[in-house]
Design a protein around this ligand. Structure first.
Ligand SMILES: C[S@@+](CC[C@H](N)C(=O)[O-])C[C@H]1O[C@@H](n2cnc3c(N)ncnc32)[C@H](O)[C@@H]1O
Length: 365
């Protein structure tokens, strides 16, 4: 048994090693995978070992008349979870109270099957999932959110009820400066806040001779807003309408005035650079941008061949990746024209084999 009594059994934390050995394990794995394209130092940024996850999801399982948090365990389908050491302390404190409230109300307990938690500096949001018509328990849900002092969303097939705010407010400290963000419960968020701060700070410190930035897959502006203060102008695209809505609010919150956000699929953005006209671009002249850097932070599947071909046009590439395998596949191609100059690992997920990488590449002269 390691740092948690469920380690190795709940299916989430699987790396049963002392933390310093986890670091060696991850560094060795990455060195082996990327050794042929990069012989420099792999910087490593660690995390606190507990309380680091600001988003967590659990099943809720009914047994006889009782109710438990569960995970799809490695040996058992419904492994009972009575603690999770990796979640933010606000989530850890709330979990037993929520469970008690649910257990004590036949109406709230009936056909509830999942709970998701998101915690930011000052806010906490709970999402409860039901296999029943939630409109019948509106009053009970309202009381629950008031009793617990949390924002609450209840969902069942085709229905959603919101008690309090669906938006969360976060603040990040990046190289001594505070940045404020707002985002919706469905947004992609970097799950480890302090490592996220380190990632953004590291990128900022490693930007050389900035002119304009093109950022693809920008979400609600997590990297975009702090980076915008380093560049003359920024063009950033993202497929999610809600994320772009929040990115615009985040510009206001931080006084960022030089960013053009595009609600656009990356394929369309590339077509636009190839001369195809889009209504959404009617007020933007892509030729006005003098792009010195491109930052990409794609989903786990990595970049398509077309995006890889496109980004190779730019001198400086910053590639943020949560999947070393697709990163390797993409870098094999990018490294035909670019050299890896920096490679850093960010331990967003201690006790798991996952590792986040940021690679900085420069075009060969
Ligand atoms: C790994 S997240 C990164 C978000 C952001 N950089 C951050 O740090 O929060 C990837 C983002 O890509 C967006 N996305 C996925 N497919 C896309 C596509 N084809 N075109 C544009 N954006 C896409 C997702 O909505 C998501 O916000």
């Amino acid at each position: 048994m390691g740092f948690c009594k469920h380690l190795g059994e709940c299916g989430s934390c699987t790396l049963n090693l002392p933390y310093y050995e986890q670091i060696s394990y991850k560094k060795e794995f990455i060195k082996e995978l990327f050794g042929q394209i990069y012989s420099g130092d792999f910087e490593f940024f660690g995390s606190s070992k507990t309380g680091y996850r600001i988003r967590a999801e659990f099943g809720l399982y009914h047994e006889k008349n009782d109710l438990f948090y569960t995970m799809n365990g490695t040996k058992q389908r419904h492994l009972k979870i009575d603690e999770c050491l990796k979640v933010d302390s606000k989530i850890a404190n709330l979990m037993p109270h929520l469970l008690n409230e649910l257990k004590n109300s036949d109406k709230l307990k009936f056909k509830v099957f999942g709970a998701e938690f998101i915690a930011t500096k000052n806010d906490i949001l709970v999402i409860l999932l039901y296999h029943r018509n939630i409109l019948e328990i509106q009053n009970e849900l309202l009381n629950l959110s008031q009793n617990l002092g949390v924002n609450l969303i209840a969902r069942s097939r085709g229905k959603k009820l919101v008690f309090g705010s669906e938006n969360l407010n976060e603040s990040l400290l990046i190289n001594g400066r505070e940045f404020k963000y707002t985002f919706e419960s469905g947004a992609f968020i970097q799950p480890n806040k302090s490592v996220n701060e380190q990632m953004i700070s590291w990128v900022l410190k490693n930007i050389d001779r900035p002119k304009d930035l093109l950022e693809m897959y920008c979400g609600y502006g997590n990297f975009t807003i702090p980076l915008s203060f380093k560049f003359r102008a920024v063009l950033a695209n993202e497929i999610s309408k809600n994320a772009i809505k929040n990115a615009l609010k985040n510009c206001e919150l931080n006084g960022a005035l030089n960013i053009e956000f595009l609600r656009m699929d990356s394929d369309d953005l590339m077509s636009a650079f190839n001369g195809v006209s889009f209504n959404r671009l009617k007020d933007i002249n892509l030729n006005d941008f003098d792009i010195s850097h491109i930052l990409v932070d794609p989903p786990r599947a990595g970049l398509s061949k077309e995006v890889v071909r496109f980004i190779k046009n730019y001198e400086n590439i910053i590639y943020v990746s949560c999947n070393p395998l697709t990163l390797k596949e993409n870098l094999d191609e990018i490294c035909k024209t670019h050299k890896v100059v920096k490679f850093a690992l960010f331990d967003q997920f201690p006790h798991t084999k996952h590792v986040e990488s940021i690679v900085i590449l420069k075009k060969y002269k």
